[in-house]
Each structure stands twice: as structure tokens, then as C-alpha cells.
Design a protein around this ligand. Structure first.
Ligand SMILES: Cc1cc2nc3c(=O)[nH]c(=O)nc-3n(C[C@H](O)[C@H](O)[C@H](O)COP(=O)(O)OP(=O)(O)OC[C@H]3O[C@@H](n4cnc5c(N)ncnc54)[C@H](O)[C@@H]3O)c2cc1C
Length: 588
């Protein structure tokens, strides 16, 4: 309540402040939206559930038939985030994430086709479109007559998106676009493209454009033959001297990189929701399998090693659902600086799903390896989640470096303030930055630093203190890493990743704490009370896992084998192979 909408929970956390009002209470979906979605999901169920065999067939064929895409249109799958006045469902970020969760339970390719349209393809129009642009394009997008795609990646520009070579040059009243985009989801079925191109000039280097299929010079390549999500369309998209009118610029000329990043950040709850849906599906499949399969005279679900896998899936799914919902809630509440939190939710949910898919296949074992069963397809489908919309590795660097940038700035201020202290001790104290004061209050325990999660239910004290201790450790660790490496931190990826892993765990723990806290405050019937007991068990398990992981990361800041690993990598990179072989090794 009354929070500045410019705050970032994680950026504050790295300075030692717990902005608890940002994450409490846990965001709830509006009742009216719940009602809308219940109706929509019933129609999903009656339409998608009977298609299980067809999804398998289309996966093998590597393409959806056009009749099925038409069914997706008829079901309104392309209208999810479009405002009501344009005929759309106008779902909030929370509602949209929940809708993708539902679709992903049935089929990954369906979820990605609908998701790429709304999460990234036309989100630029929603976020940056002028009233005229919206008036012009929403009517076709809402029905799915025009499906949308997001065109950023190029052969030479993947993670390094700023290095794109597609170019748009102003010629008279038009911008003339030439370039090639790679691996574009919906590329073969889209008519509306959000395209990023260089427009080198004093305003900046990249601009976002709305390009439509009907413009001369737009074409796409054949369907890519992919490992997973095979039925969804992925193609190259080519632009050969495409004439784009000035009014098709999205946002401002030269501000395209910001537009791209805002689209990706804002769309992350869709991908996260999809991961949660797929995890729920895996848990349903795995528990059924574990209850039915008998080995050594017992159902395999009775064995500890199977329970370990299933229990972990439940913890991971609940934690992912919590962090994805919390981030969607931050977006819905109008917070503007949620890029780090959104990246955390993407990394965490995609890694949990990958683990669940792998363990689900392991529980099914031989059956899991057979294409007749769904496990191998789920594993193939979910692998790309850790790659697209920013690889998890790059996102981890982003998460930690963004936070350290803030800490670095404050450290600079602090040292300037401290110089002031030595020059004039009395006046100098007045010059101490907020960060300096926080550091001093952390050491002396005096002062108003918000470093406790005080508004949580008293029964959550122990779990909250794991979080609070982690936050104190994080702020000290960020400080220590920066003092150790200074500006060179940008080249210290092992240390940066370690910090990111701590930040990811802490934010997800904050999400789980917030969710269980809200659950504790609600009135419940007997059944709901039993569910709540299980939620507290999940929190206990997750907080204990977070505690051991972050302690291990803290310990490794100064005591690690980073240099050895780097040296071994350099050796392998130099020889481009593993050199040892018992055929050629000397014998005694
Ligand atoms: C199925 C599919 C659908 C896609 N859909 C779209 C789409 O609709 N629109 C679109 O624009 N793009 C799309 N993409 C592209 C996707 O976003 C990129 O694949 C992704 O951004 C990674 O780029 P890359 O594959 O070129 O990997 P690279 O950037 O070449 O990275 C290779 C490896 O190096 C690592 N790496 C790179 N730089 C660094 C660094 N500085 N430090 C440490 N590690 C580094 C990466 O983490 C990765 O592990 C899609 C991709 C796939 C596979």
C-alpha cells in the first residue's frame, strides 16, 4: 500500500531492505476473472482433451494442420490479452499466465502458438501502440485472422540482441527494411510481425516496427525440423526492401532495444505459467504411474526413491507457481521495475519443469523412453524453455549484474561520503548515503533499515528468519564480491552466477512465504485446512533446501575450484577434445 511503483523488490533486497509491502498480501485473481476463466477452461477441456492422440501425430508430422489453427481461432485463443473494447478477453497478467498454464497441460505446441502471439508477438502493440495502431490492428489480431510473431533473433545475433544487422533506412516517407530473422515462432502462420532493425542515428541504434504480411518483400522460410514443440511453426522471416510507413513505428525511433526488453519482461508470466501447467501434468502422469506399476511385489510409489522424486516435483511446482503468480501480480499492480523478478521467475520455473520432466520420465523408465507415452515429448518440448526468451545463463548474469550495479553505485557514494568523514567528521556523517547508513545500521543494529519480514504470520517466524539471514548474507556477499573484483566483476561469471543463484532462491522463498502467509489468514473448511498443512510442509521443505543451497554458495565465494575448472575448460577448448585415452596412455 502506498508503495512507490518504481521500486524493485530484488534491487532493494541486495541493499539489505525487505520491501515486504510489495509482496504482501499474495496477489489474488479477481473473482470476475476467475469466473471468466472457469468457463473458458471448460471449453478448453472439452476441445483439447479428446485430441491427445492427434497431438502426438502432429508432433511426429512436425506441423499443425490448418484446420486445427482455425479451431484455435474459433476458440478465441488469440484474444486473451486484447482489451474488451476491441473484443478481447482483456486478461490481467495473472489471468493470462493462468490461461497458458491450462493450455500447457494439454500440449506444449498449442501453448507456444497462443503464447508467442500474446506474450511477445503483439505485446508491443498492447504496451506501446498508439490509439490509431490499436484501432487498426486489434480487430484482426483478436480473431486470429492475423496471428502475431516477434522478430528479434538473427543468424549473428542471439543472446547479443543489440548486434542485429537488419537495417531500416528512411527513404522519403517510408522506412525501407532489409534483413533476415531466425527461428521465429509462428513465422509460417503470422501476418503481423513486431520487427527490430537498426536505424543508426543520433536517437539510438534500434527501432521496433509493425510489419504485415501483405507488405511487399515479406516472406518466410520452411518449417524448421525441431527437437520439441514440433507442431508449432518456427521459420526464418525475410524482409527484402520492405517499405514501412512512419506510422508503423512502435514506441520511439532509436528506442527499439528498450521496447524489445519491455516486451520480453512483460511476457514472462506467460512462459512461467506454461511451465507450471506442464509440471502439473507431469505430476498427474507420474503419480498415476507410480500407483500402478508394481516391482519387487510393491507399487513403486511405495519406495523412498520414487517418493523423493514426486515430493520434490510438488515442492518445485508450488514454488514455481508462487513466483510466477507473484511476478504477474507485481505487473498487475502497476510496478514498473520488475525485470529482475520476471527473469528470476523464468529461470526458476523453466529449470523446475526440466527437472520434473526428467524425473517423470525416470519414474516411467522404459515406458518413459517409448514414444507411445507422453514423457519423452514433454521432455523434448520443455527443453527450449531454458533457451528462448533469453537463455537462463544470460538471465542469471542479468539478475546479478543489475543488482550489483546498484550496490556498486552506492559503494562509490559510500567511499566518497567516507572521504568526507575523514576530512570533516561532523559534516561528513551528514553526507553518508542511504546505503552507508544501512551498512552502519546493519553492523550496529541501530536505525530504521527494513531488514525483517515482520508482517508475516507469527507461526512463520522460523522460515522468515531463514529468509532474513539469507538477505543479510546476500547484501554482505554482493558487497564482498564487488570489493574483491571491482569493475572486473563483469568478467567474473562464476562469482556472478553464484550471486544470481542466491537471489533466485531468496525471491522464490519470499514468494512461497507470501503465499503461505496469505493462505494462513483465510477462513477455511476442513478440507482446506488439510491442504494448508501440506502448504506449510512445502514451505518447510523449500526453506530448508534454500538454506543449504545459499550457505553452500556463500562458502564458495572465497573457497572454490573456479580457477581449476576454468583452466580445464581452456585446455579442452585449446585441443577441442578430451585428450585422455587408455589406448594411447603409457603402460608400466
Ligand atoms: C524453438 C525456438 C523458438 C524461438 N522463437 C523466437 C522468436 O519467436 N523470436 C525471436 O526473436 N527469437 C526466437 N528464438 C531465438 C532465441 O531467443 C535464441 O535462440 C536465444 O536468444 C539464444 O540465442 P542463440 O540460440 O543464438 O544462442 P547464443 O547467443 O549463441 O548462445 C549460445 C550459448 O552461449 C551462452 N552465452 C552467450 N553469450 C554469453 C556471455 N556473454 N556470457 C556467458 N555465456 C554466454 C548462452 O547462454 C548459450 O548457452 C527461438 C529459438 C528457438 C530454439
Amino acid at each position: 500500500m502506498g508503495q512507490s511503483k518504481n521500486l524493485s523488490f530484488m534491487r532493494s533486497l541486495c541493499m539489505g531492505s525487505i520491501e515486504q509491502d510489495m509482496v504482501l498480501p499474495f496477489p489474488q485473481m479477481k473473482v470476475s476473472e476467475k469466473e471468466t476463466l472457469s468457463t473458458v477452461f471448460s471449453s478448453f477441456e472439452s476441445w483439447l482433451k479428446p485430441k491427445t492422440a492427434e497431438f502426438r501425430k502432429w508432433d511426429r508430422q512436425g506441423e499443425f494442420p490448418s484446420e486445427f489453427i482455425q479451431e484455435m481461432r474459433d476458440l478465441g485463443l488469440f484474444s486473451l490479452i486484447i482489451p474488451e473494447e476491441h473484443g478481447g478477453l482483456n486478461l490481467s497478467n495473472t489471468g493470462y499466465s493462468r490461461a497458458l498454464q491450462e493450455l500447457a497441460k494439454y500440449d506444449g505446441s498449442v501453448a507456444i502458438t497462443a503464447g508467442a502471439h500474446s506474450s511477445i508477438g503483439m505485446r508491443g502493440l498492447v504496451l506501446f501502440g498508439t490509439p490509431e495502431q490499436k484501432q487498426k490492428y486489434f480487430p484482426k489480431l483478436v480473431t486470429g485472422e492475423w496471428i502475431a510473431a516477434f522478430c528479434l533473433t538473427e543468424p549473428g545475433a542471439g543472446s547479443d540482441a543489440a548486434s542485429i544487422q537488419s537495417k531500416a533506412v528512411k527513404e522519403g516517407e517510408f522506412w525501407v527494411l532489409t534483413g533476415q530473422k531466425l527461428w521465429i515462432t509462428n513465422g509460417g502462420i503470422a501476418s503481423f510481425f513486431t520487427v527490430f532493425a537498426r536505424t543508426d542515428g543520433p536517437e539510438g541504434q534500434m527501432t521496433a516496427f509493425i510489419v504485415t504480411k501483405e507488405m511487399e518483400g515479406v516472406s518466410c522460410g520452411p518449417h524448421e525440423d525441431k527437437m520439441g514443440l514440433r507442431a508449432s511453426s518456427t521459420t526464418t522471416v525475410h524482409f527484402d526492401r520492405v517499405k514501412i510507413p512512419q506510422e508503423n513505428i512502435l514506441g520511439e525511433v532509436g528506442k527499439g532495444f528498450k521496447v524489445a526488453m519491455k516486451i520480453l519482461n512483460s511476457g514472462r508470466s506467460g512462459l512461467g505459467g506454461g511451465c507450471v501447467g506442464a509440471m502439473k501434468h507431469v505430476i498427474a502422469l507420474s503419480t498415476k504411474q507410480a500407483n500402478e506399476r508394481v516391482q519387487f511385489g510393491k507399487k513403486i510409489g511405495e519406495y523412498g526413491l520414487i517418493k523423493e522424486k514426486i515430493g520434490q516435483m510438488v515442492v518445485d511446482c508450488y514454488a514455481s507457481e508462487s513466483v510466477v503468480s507473484l511476478v504477474a501480480g507485481l505487473v498487475d499492480q502497476g510496478y514498473e521495475d520488475y525485470a529482475v523478478e520476471a527473469a528470476i521467475s523464468k529461470v526458476f520455473a523453466t529449470e523446475c519443469l526440466w527437472r520434473a520432466a526428467d524425473e517423470g520420465l525416470q519414474i516411467a523408465s522404459g515406458n518413459g523412453f517409448m514414444c507411445e507415452f507422453p514423457y519423452e515429448r514433454i521432455l523434448r518440448d520443455c527443453r527450449v524453455n531454458r533457451i528462448f526468451e533469453g537463455t537462463n545463463d544470460i538471465l542469471k548474469l542479468f539478475i546479478a549484474l543489475t543488482a550489483m550495479n546498484d550496490v556498486g553505485k552506492q559503494l562509490k557514494e559510500l567511499s566518497a561520503s567516507l572521504e568526507g568523514i575523514f576530512q570533516d567528521p561532523i559534516k561528513g556523517f551528514g553526507l553518508l548515503s542511504e546505503y552507508g547508513l544501512k551498512k552502519i545500521t546493519q553492523v550496529t543494529k541501530v536505525g530504521g533499515v527494513k531488514s525483517s519480514f515482520s508482517k508475516l504470520h507469527p507461526s512463520l517466524k522460523a522460515q522468515a528468519s531463514i529468509f532474513e539471514n539469507g538477505v543479510r548474507g546476500l547484501s554482505v556477499a554482493a558487497d564482498r564480491i564487488l570489493r574483491k573484483h571491482g569493475k572486473n566483476i563483469i568478467h567474473k561469471q562464476f562469482a556472478t552466477k553464484r550471486l544470481a543463484e542466491i537471489m533466485i532462491d531468496l525471491f522464490v522463498l519470499a514468494s512461497v512465504l507470501s503465499r503461505v502467509n496469505s493462505a494462513l489468514s483465510l477462513k477455511k473448511n476442513e478440507n482446506q485446512k488439510q491442504n494448508l498443512e501440506k502448504e506449510v510442509e512445502i514451505l518447510n521443505s523449500f526453506s530448508s533446501q534454500v538454506h543449504s543451497r545459499i550457505q553452500s554458495h556463500f562458502a564458495k565465494i572465497d573457497d572454490n575450484d573456479d580457477e581449476l575448472i576454468k583452466s580445464l575448460a581452456d585446455h579442452a577448448l585449446k585441443h577441442e577434445k578430451y585428450i585422455w585415452d587408455n589406448l594411447t596412455e603409457p603402460t608400466s
